[in-house]
Design a protein around this ligand. Structure first.
Ligand code: UD1
Length: 418
């Protein structure tokens, strides 16, 4: 088991570069399955989730060449269409591989995906959408077998704007006969990035980033090079780490446009924020103001930032309210914060956080990716030593988080505990 050991209390300041987006990289890597010609991707974050996804592609028969943040994927010789259950269980986003495999081969076998335990996370919207596209689904021995003669474009109305289901429909429809029209689509910027990447290969996807997306089926795709967008959640995490420790930071390679609700909340908390092209500068106040945030699908406040904001509000000047509307089990980090001295009460979907003057170091346990990052931030703003255990979750989604925080002046190191 790996842990972060943090000695809290340092004021963080400096310049830091955001990595490529995890949530854009994963479906974009999947999209390479659709294209038998080589695809060159830049800005892929070097994190566990991308490593696992690339490993699955390799097992399926894709050729992968990696050189720093540049990756060339060639799926020309891919023959296998079944995703091994053990790898499928490692992360939730493996489910979008299904749309890409069916899109190319008209058949796919996979199991229910794993990933962070932050709620029930069913895949009914994915499977119902596949059925609408003419795909037959047969569930047997813990495996889901999908097949069809051809995928036929249809109107699909999503009853909830699921990010993964929207991506899966896009991927499955790229080679469909006719047009697929999604209403109630998720509007997250990572979906726009997936569509931009696919369009650069010759796909015809319109409206991504809005609630109505149309995919006109094409006969083939061609080689492309594509740079993945920057990670808005990592950017937000780094800004919050500085906001609560009292310094000034410039995050480079950032996209403020995709982070407006978070930047607005940080401004309400008293941070001074300026934006210059791909740079976001934040100057922290002496003490943060309390705020109320409520998670919503994009462009609302992102659920992935909820634990991070929850952590920094523990030392704000008064009472904050944090409401989680997307996942029903995303407050587990708050019990650990209470052990560090935070005053938090949970009532259903809401946390009431009363700011305290001091928090103290503790041995705490990360239970999911963003909740783990929230504990790291809590450690940075607490007195004494904090050990965040089980950081394998954090390594899934943050590239060199400890190194980046050290560059800003944090006292944090990674340790292997046997
Ligand atoms: C993606 C992101 C994740 C983010 C989430 C919400 C990736 C790799 N992950 O996850 O970081 O927190 O969007 O912004 O991009 N739902 C169903 N049935 C389904 C699918 C989803 O009921 O078939 C529900 C989920 O249980 C959840 C909600 O819809 O309550 C949102 O899920 P969804 O948007 O699908 O999230 P993911 O794509 O899994």
């Amino acid at each position: 088991m790996l842990s972060y050991i943090i000695s809290g209390g340092n004021k963080l300041s400096g310049r830091i570069k955001a990595s490529g987006s995890k949530n854009a990289a994963l479906p974009i890597i999947a999209s390479c399955i659709l294209n038998p010609e080589p695809v060159t991707l830049y800005n892929i974050p070097d994190i566990e989730d991308t490593k696992i996804t690339l490993e699955i592609l390799k097992i399926l028969g894709c050729k992968i060449t990696r050189n720093s943040d540049k990756i060339i994927i060639c799926s020309k010789d891919m023959l296998k269409t079944a995703i091994p259950k053990d790898l499928m269980h490692k992360l939730r986003s493996t489910v979008v591989l299904a749309g890409a495999i069916i899109g190319r081969f008209k058949k796919a076998t996979f199991s229910y995906p794993g990933g962070c335990n932050i709620g029930a996370r069913p895949i009914d919207l994915h499977l119902d959408s596949f059925k609408k596209l003419g795909i037959t689904i047969d569930e047997k021995d813990e495996y889901i077998h999908c097949k069809c003669k051809e995928i036929v474009g249809k109107r699909i109305k999503l009853k909830f704007p699921s990010v993964g289901a929207t991506e899966n429909i896009i991927l499955a429809s790229v080679y469909a006969k006719g047009a697929t029209h999604i209403t109630g689509a998720a509007k997250e910027p990572e979906i726009k990035d997936l569509a931009k990447c696919l369009n650069s290969m010759g796909a015809k996807i319109y409206g991504a980033g809005t609630s109505e997306i149309t995919i006109f089926g094409v006969k083939k795709l061609h080689s492309t090079s594509y740079k993945i967008m920057s990670d808005r959640i990592e950017t937000g995490t780094l800004l919050c780490a500085v906001a609560c420790t009292g310094g000034t930071v410039t995050v480079e390679n950032a996209d403020a446009q995709n982070l407006l609700t978070v930047l607005y909340s940080l401004k309400e908390m008293g941070c001074k924020i300026s934006i210059n092209r791909d740079k976001i500068k934040l100057k922290a106040p002496e003490k943060l103001n309390p705020v109320s945030v409520e998670t919503q699908p994009y462009p609302g406040f992102p659920t992935d930032m909820q634990p991070i904001i929850g952590a920094i509000l523990t030392k704000a000047k008064g009472k904050s309210i944090v409401t989680e509307n997307i996942f029903e089990n995303r407050f587990k980090y708050s019990e650990e914060l209470v052990r560090m001295g935070a005053k938090i009460k949970q009532k259903d979907k809401t946390l009431e956080i009363i700011g305290v003057d001091k928090m103290h170091g503790e041995i705490v346990m990360s239970k999911d990716l963003r909740g783990g990052a929230a504990l790291v931030i809590a450690g940075l703003m607490s007195e004494g030593k904090t050990t965040v255990e089980n950081i394998e979750y954090i390594l899934r989604g943050y590239e060199n988080l400890d190194e980046k925080l050290r560059m800003l002046g944090a006292n944090i190191k990674k340790e292997k505990v046997v």
